[in-house]
Design a binder for this molecule. Structure first.
Ligand SMILES: NC(=O)c1ccc[n+]([C@@H]2O[C@H](COP(=O)([O-])OP(=O)(O)OC[C@H]3O[C@@H](n4cnc5c(N)ncnc54)[C@H](O)[C@@H]3O)[C@@H](O)[C@H]2O)c1
Length: 282
Protein backbone atom coordinates (compact mmCIF):
# COMPACT_ATOMS: atom_id res chain seq x y z
CA UNK A 1 0.00 0.00 0.00
CA UNK A 2 1.49 3.39 -0.87
CA UNK A 3 1.15 6.71 0.97
CA UNK A 4 -1.93 7.71 -1.00
CA UNK A 5 -3.90 4.58 -0.14
CA UNK A 6 -7.11 4.72 1.83
CA UNK A 7 -6.45 3.23 5.25
CA UNK A 8 -7.89 -0.22 5.92
CA UNK A 9 -10.52 -1.00 7.08
CA UNK A 10 -12.87 1.30 5.24
CA UNK A 11 -15.34 3.34 7.30
CA UNK A 12 -17.83 4.70 4.83
CA UNK A 13 -20.89 6.97 4.80
CA UNK A 14 -23.38 5.74 2.18
CA UNK A 15 -26.17 8.18 1.33
CA UNK A 16 -29.22 6.48 -0.14
CA UNK A 17 -27.97 3.32 1.60
CA UNK A 18 -31.50 2.21 2.48
CA UNK A 19 -32.14 0.41 -0.78
CA UNK A 20 -31.00 -0.24 -4.37
CA UNK A 21 -27.38 0.45 -5.34
CA UNK A 22 -26.71 2.12 -1.98
CA UNK A 23 -27.94 -0.89 0.01
CA UNK A 24 -25.92 -3.28 -2.20
CA UNK A 25 -22.83 -1.13 -1.50
CA UNK A 26 -23.54 -1.21 2.24
CA UNK A 27 -23.85 -5.00 2.15
CA UNK A 28 -20.63 -5.47 0.16
CA UNK A 29 -18.67 -3.14 2.45
CA UNK A 30 -19.88 -5.03 5.53
CA UNK A 31 -19.12 -8.42 3.97
CA UNK A 32 -15.57 -7.24 3.20
CA UNK A 33 -14.93 -6.06 6.78
CA UNK A 34 -15.75 -2.35 6.46
CA UNK A 35 -17.85 -0.15 8.74
CA UNK A 36 -20.79 1.78 7.33
CA UNK A 37 -22.94 4.80 8.17
CA UNK A 38 -26.23 4.77 6.25
CA UNK A 39 -27.95 8.11 5.62
CA UNK A 40 -31.34 7.85 3.96
CA UNK A 41 -34.83 9.34 4.16
CA UNK A 42 -35.88 5.80 5.08
CA UNK A 43 -33.27 3.57 6.74
CA UNK A 44 -35.52 0.56 7.39
CA UNK A 45 -34.15 -1.24 4.33
CA UNK A 46 -30.88 -1.67 6.25
CA UNK A 47 -32.59 -3.20 9.35
CA UNK A 48 -31.63 -6.78 8.50
CA UNK A 49 -27.97 -5.82 7.94
CA UNK A 50 -28.01 -3.93 11.26
CA UNK A 51 -29.05 -7.17 12.99
CA UNK A 52 -26.24 -9.05 11.23
CA UNK A 53 -23.54 -6.42 11.80
CA UNK A 54 -24.58 -4.51 14.96
CA UNK A 55 -21.09 -3.13 15.69
CA UNK A 56 -20.19 -2.00 12.18
CA UNK A 57 -23.41 -0.44 10.90
CA UNK A 58 -24.93 2.87 12.00
CA UNK A 59 -28.15 4.26 10.48
CA UNK A 60 -29.40 7.83 10.41
CA UNK A 61 -32.62 9.10 8.90
CA UNK A 62 -32.09 12.41 7.13
CA UNK A 63 -32.04 14.21 3.81
CA UNK A 64 -28.83 14.93 1.92
CA UNK A 65 -30.31 18.33 1.15
CA UNK A 66 -30.20 19.26 4.85
CA UNK A 67 -26.67 20.49 5.67
CA UNK A 68 -27.38 20.91 9.41
CA UNK A 69 -28.61 17.31 9.68
CA UNK A 70 -25.53 15.99 7.82
CA UNK A 71 -23.25 17.93 10.21
CA UNK A 72 -25.12 16.40 13.14
CA UNK A 73 -24.75 12.92 11.61
CA UNK A 74 -21.00 13.51 11.09
CA UNK A 75 -20.63 14.30 14.76
CA UNK A 76 -22.81 11.45 16.06
CA UNK A 77 -21.35 8.84 13.69
CA UNK A 78 -17.76 9.88 14.42
CA UNK A 79 -18.40 9.50 18.13
CA UNK A 80 -19.62 5.91 17.70
CA UNK A 81 -17.36 4.76 14.86
CA UNK A 82 -14.65 2.26 15.80
CA UNK A 83 -12.62 3.41 12.78
CA UNK A 84 -12.47 7.12 11.78
CA UNK A 85 -14.69 7.85 8.78
CA UNK A 86 -12.64 7.75 5.58
CA UNK A 87 -15.14 7.16 2.77
CA UNK A 88 -18.31 8.63 1.26
CA UNK A 89 -20.61 7.18 -1.39
CA UNK A 90 -23.21 9.59 -2.77
CA UNK A 91 -26.07 7.37 -3.90
CA UNK A 92 -29.15 9.29 -2.71
CA UNK A 93 -31.56 10.73 -5.22
CA UNK A 94 -35.10 10.57 -6.54
CA UNK A 95 -36.23 8.87 -9.74
CA UNK A 96 -36.97 11.42 -12.47
CA UNK A 97 -40.21 11.39 -14.47
CA UNK A 98 -39.77 12.03 -18.20
CA UNK A 99 -41.71 15.21 -18.92
CA UNK A 100 -41.49 17.43 -22.03
CA UNK A 101 -39.95 20.81 -21.18
CA UNK A 102 -43.19 22.56 -22.18
CA UNK A 103 -45.08 20.67 -19.45
CA UNK A 104 -42.42 20.40 -16.75
CA UNK A 105 -42.94 22.73 -13.79
CA UNK A 106 -39.74 24.41 -12.60
CA UNK A 107 -40.37 22.83 -9.17
CA UNK A 108 -40.01 19.36 -10.73
CA UNK A 109 -36.69 20.38 -12.36
CA UNK A 110 -35.47 21.85 -9.07
CA UNK A 111 -36.43 18.79 -6.97
CA UNK A 112 -34.30 16.51 -9.17
CA UNK A 113 -31.30 18.87 -9.21
CA UNK A 114 -31.63 19.38 -5.47
CA UNK A 115 -31.58 15.71 -4.51
CA UNK A 116 -28.91 14.48 -6.98
CA UNK A 117 -26.56 17.44 -7.45
CA UNK A 118 -27.04 19.75 -4.46
CA UNK A 119 -27.36 16.73 -2.14
CA UNK A 120 -24.04 15.27 -3.39
CA UNK A 121 -22.44 18.72 -3.07
CA UNK A 122 -23.61 19.13 0.53
CA UNK A 123 -22.43 15.63 1.50
CA UNK A 124 -19.00 16.34 -0.07
CA UNK A 125 -18.91 19.71 1.72
CA UNK A 126 -19.63 18.09 5.10
CA UNK A 127 -17.90 14.67 4.96
CA UNK A 128 -15.22 15.33 2.30
CA UNK A 129 -14.04 18.44 4.08
CA UNK A 130 -13.77 16.40 7.31
CA UNK A 131 -11.62 13.78 5.53
CA UNK A 132 -9.41 16.55 4.07
CA UNK A 133 -9.00 18.11 7.50
CA UNK A 134 -8.19 14.81 9.21
CA UNK A 135 -4.81 14.43 7.49
CA UNK A 136 -5.61 10.75 6.76
CA UNK A 137 -6.42 9.41 3.29
CA UNK A 138 -10.07 9.48 2.22
CA UNK A 139 -12.12 8.47 -0.79
CA UNK A 140 -15.40 9.71 -2.25
CA UNK A 141 -17.48 8.00 -4.92
CA UNK A 142 -20.30 9.96 -6.52
CA UNK A 143 -22.96 8.00 -8.38
CA UNK A 144 -23.60 9.61 -11.78
CA UNK A 145 -25.40 7.90 -14.69
CA UNK A 146 -25.03 6.99 -18.36
CA UNK A 147 -27.64 9.71 -18.92
CA UNK A 148 -24.88 12.25 -18.19
CA UNK A 149 -23.17 11.00 -21.38
CA UNK A 150 -26.29 10.15 -23.43
CA UNK A 151 -29.04 12.55 -22.34
CA UNK A 152 -32.65 11.47 -22.63
CA UNK A 153 -36.03 13.10 -21.98
CA UNK A 154 -35.25 13.52 -18.27
CA UNK A 155 -33.53 16.89 -18.66
CA UNK A 156 -32.98 17.74 -15.01
CA UNK A 157 -31.61 14.26 -14.26
CA UNK A 158 -29.09 14.37 -17.14
CA UNK A 159 -28.04 17.89 -16.14
CA UNK A 160 -27.69 16.87 -12.48
CA UNK A 161 -25.56 13.85 -13.34
CA UNK A 162 -23.34 15.88 -15.73
CA UNK A 163 -22.94 18.31 -12.85
CA UNK A 164 -21.98 15.45 -10.54
CA UNK A 165 -19.20 14.41 -12.95
CA UNK A 166 -17.95 18.00 -13.30
CA UNK A 167 -17.97 18.44 -9.51
CA UNK A 168 -16.14 15.13 -9.11
CA UNK A 169 -13.29 16.33 -11.34
CA UNK A 170 -13.07 19.73 -9.64
CA UNK A 171 -13.01 18.24 -6.13
CA UNK A 172 -10.46 15.59 -7.15
CA UNK A 173 -7.97 18.34 -7.96
CA UNK A 174 -9.03 20.42 -4.96
CA UNK A 175 -8.36 17.65 -2.42
CA UNK A 176 -5.60 15.60 -4.11
CA UNK A 177 -2.85 17.20 -2.01
CA UNK A 178 -4.87 16.32 1.13
CA UNK A 179 -4.97 12.61 0.08
CA UNK A 180 -8.69 12.64 -0.62
CA UNK A 181 -9.61 10.94 -3.89
CA UNK A 182 -12.90 11.80 -5.63
CA UNK A 183 -14.31 9.59 -8.38
CA UNK A 184 -17.65 8.72 -9.95
CA UNK A 185 -19.41 5.69 -11.35
CA UNK A 186 -21.89 6.03 -14.21
CA UNK A 187 -24.26 3.05 -14.05
CA UNK A 188 -26.51 1.94 -16.85
CA UNK A 189 -30.00 0.54 -16.24
CA UNK A 190 -29.81 -1.32 -12.95
CA UNK A 191 -32.43 -3.53 -11.33
CA UNK A 192 -33.58 -1.39 -8.39
CA UNK A 193 -36.90 0.17 -7.29
CA UNK A 194 -35.66 3.32 -9.09
CA UNK A 195 -35.96 1.53 -12.46
CA UNK A 196 -38.85 -0.76 -11.51
CA UNK A 197 -41.02 2.21 -10.63
CA UNK A 198 -44.77 1.74 -10.68
CA UNK A 199 -46.29 2.18 -14.09
CA UNK A 200 -43.23 1.35 -16.21
CA UNK A 201 -44.62 -0.75 -19.06
CA UNK A 202 -43.23 -4.00 -20.47
CA UNK A 203 -42.63 -2.10 -23.71
CA UNK A 204 -40.37 0.35 -21.84
CA UNK A 205 -38.45 -2.53 -20.25
CA UNK A 206 -38.01 -4.14 -23.65
CA UNK A 207 -36.61 -0.85 -25.03
CA UNK A 208 -34.13 -0.64 -22.14
CA UNK A 209 -32.89 -4.16 -22.82
CA UNK A 210 -32.76 -3.53 -26.57
CA UNK A 211 -30.53 -0.49 -25.96
CA UNK A 212 -28.13 -2.48 -23.75
CA UNK A 213 -25.70 -4.76 -25.66
CA UNK A 214 -25.54 -7.23 -22.74
CA UNK A 215 -29.33 -7.46 -23.10
CA UNK A 216 -30.19 -7.33 -19.40
CA UNK A 217 -30.69 -5.09 -16.42
CA UNK A 218 -27.54 -4.79 -14.30
CA UNK A 219 -27.42 -6.13 -10.77
CA UNK A 220 -26.92 -3.51 -8.03
CA UNK A 221 -24.14 -5.72 -6.62
CA UNK A 222 -22.17 -5.26 -9.87
CA UNK A 223 -22.23 -1.48 -9.43
CA UNK A 224 -21.28 -1.91 -5.77
CA UNK A 225 -18.14 -3.86 -6.79
CA UNK A 226 -16.96 -0.91 -8.91
CA UNK A 227 -17.75 1.53 -6.08
CA UNK A 228 -15.76 -0.63 -3.66
CA UNK A 229 -12.81 -0.73 -6.06
CA UNK A 230 -12.80 3.09 -6.22
CA UNK A 231 -12.99 3.33 -2.41
CA UNK A 232 -10.19 0.83 -1.90
CA UNK A 233 -6.40 1.20 -1.95
CA UNK A 234 -6.42 -0.76 -5.24
CA UNK A 235 -7.50 2.55 -6.82
CA UNK A 236 -4.89 4.67 -5.03
CA UNK A 237 -3.80 6.40 -8.28
CA UNK A 238 -7.36 6.97 -9.52
CA UNK A 239 -8.90 10.36 -8.85
CA UNK A 240 -11.18 12.57 -10.96
CA UNK A 241 -12.28 9.56 -13.02
CA UNK A 242 -15.73 8.30 -13.95
CA UNK A 243 -16.09 4.57 -14.52
CA UNK A 244 -19.00 3.64 -16.74
CA UNK A 245 -20.62 0.32 -15.76
CA UNK A 246 -23.53 -0.08 -18.12
CA UNK A 247 -23.57 -3.44 -19.90
CA UNK A 248 -22.33 -1.65 -23.04
CA UNK A 249 -25.14 0.97 -23.18
CA UNK A 250 -22.86 3.90 -24.12
CA UNK A 251 -20.67 1.80 -26.42
CA UNK A 252 -23.75 0.51 -28.25
CA UNK A 253 -25.38 3.89 -28.81
CA UNK A 254 -23.65 4.51 -32.15
CA UNK A 255 -24.82 1.24 -33.75
CA UNK A 256 -28.40 2.18 -34.61
CA UNK A 257 -27.64 3.58 -38.11
CA UNK A 258 -25.82 0.29 -38.92
CA UNK A 259 -28.71 -1.97 -38.03
CA UNK A 260 -27.88 -2.30 -34.33
CA UNK A 261 -25.37 -4.39 -32.43
CA UNK A 262 -25.43 -8.22 -32.30
CA UNK A 263 -28.08 -9.43 -29.87
CA UNK A 264 -28.13 -12.34 -27.47
CA UNK A 265 -30.47 -15.05 -28.80
CA UNK A 266 -33.35 -15.55 -26.37
CA UNK A 267 -35.47 -18.68 -26.18
CA UNK A 268 -37.13 -17.97 -22.85
CA UNK A 269 -38.99 -14.76 -21.89
CA UNK A 270 -36.33 -13.80 -19.30
CA UNK A 271 -36.21 -10.24 -20.45
CA UNK A 272 -35.64 -8.70 -17.04
CA UNK A 273 -32.91 -11.13 -15.96
CA UNK A 274 -29.87 -9.56 -14.34
CA UNK A 275 -27.60 -12.50 -15.11
CA UNK A 276 -25.61 -12.72 -18.28
CA UNK A 277 -23.62 -15.65 -19.76
CA UNK A 278 -20.37 -13.65 -19.42
CA UNK A 279 -20.94 -13.24 -15.64
CA UNK A 280 -21.30 -16.96 -15.08
CA UNK A 281 -17.90 -17.73 -16.60
CA UNK A 282 -15.80 -15.10 -14.77
N1 LIG B 1 -31.04 2.19 -10.99
C1 LIG B 1 -30.49 2.66 -12.08
O1 LIG B 1 -30.73 2.19 -13.20
C2 LIG B 1 -29.52 3.81 -12.01
C3 LIG B 1 -28.79 4.11 -13.16
C4 LIG B 1 -27.86 5.15 -13.12
C5 LIG B 1 -27.69 5.87 -11.95
N2 LIG B 1 -28.43 5.56 -10.86
C6 LIG B 1 -28.19 6.36 -9.66
O2 LIG B 1 -27.83 5.51 -8.59
C7 LIG B 1 -28.27 6.10 -7.36
C8 LIG B 1 -29.07 5.07 -6.61
O3 LIG B 1 -30.16 4.67 -7.43
P1 LIG B 1 -31.04 3.40 -7.08
O4 LIG B 1 -31.43 2.81 -8.35
O5 LIG B 1 -30.39 2.57 -6.05
O6 LIG B 1 -32.31 4.17 -6.46
P2 LIG B 1 -33.35 3.77 -5.33
O7 LIG B 1 -34.54 4.61 -5.58
O8 LIG B 1 -33.53 2.30 -5.25
O9 LIG B 1 -32.62 4.27 -3.98
C9 LIG B 1 -32.39 5.62 -3.76
C10 LIG B 1 -32.34 5.84 -2.27
O10 LIG B 1 -32.06 7.24 -2.05
C11 LIG B 1 -32.89 7.69 -0.99
N3 LIG B 1 -33.07 9.14 -1.11
C12 LIG B 1 -33.73 9.83 -2.07
N4 LIG B 1 -33.66 11.14 -1.84
C13 LIG B 1 -32.95 11.31 -0.68
C14 LIG B 1 -32.54 12.41 0.08
N5 LIG B 1 -32.86 13.66 -0.28
N6 LIG B 1 -31.79 12.20 1.18
C15 LIG B 1 -31.46 10.95 1.58
N7 LIG B 1 -31.82 9.85 0.89
C16 LIG B 1 -32.56 10.03 -0.22
C17 LIG B 1 -34.20 6.93 -1.15
O11 LIG B 1 -34.92 6.92 0.07
C18 LIG B 1 -33.68 5.55 -1.56
O12 LIG B 1 -33.46 4.71 -0.44
C19 LIG B 1 -29.06 7.35 -7.74
O13 LIG B 1 -28.21 8.46 -7.64
C20 LIG B 1 -29.42 7.11 -9.19
O14 LIG B 1 -29.56 8.31 -9.89
C21 LIG B 1 -29.34 4.54 -10.85
Amino acid sequence: MNANSVSIPLSVVVTGGGRGIGLATVQLLLERGGSVVVVDLDVTGADELARQYPRRLQRFAGSVTDEARLREILELASREAEVPLNGLVNCAGIAPIPTPIEDCPVEQWSRVLESHLTGSYIACKVFGAAFAQSGAPGSIVNVASVLAHRPGPVLAYGAAKSGVISMTEALAAHWAARQVRVNAVAPGWTDTPFVRRKGRSDKEFRSILDATPQGRLLDAAEIAEVILFLLSPAASAVTGSTITCDGGYVAGSGWAPYGGFPRIPRDAPDQYATTHPSRETV
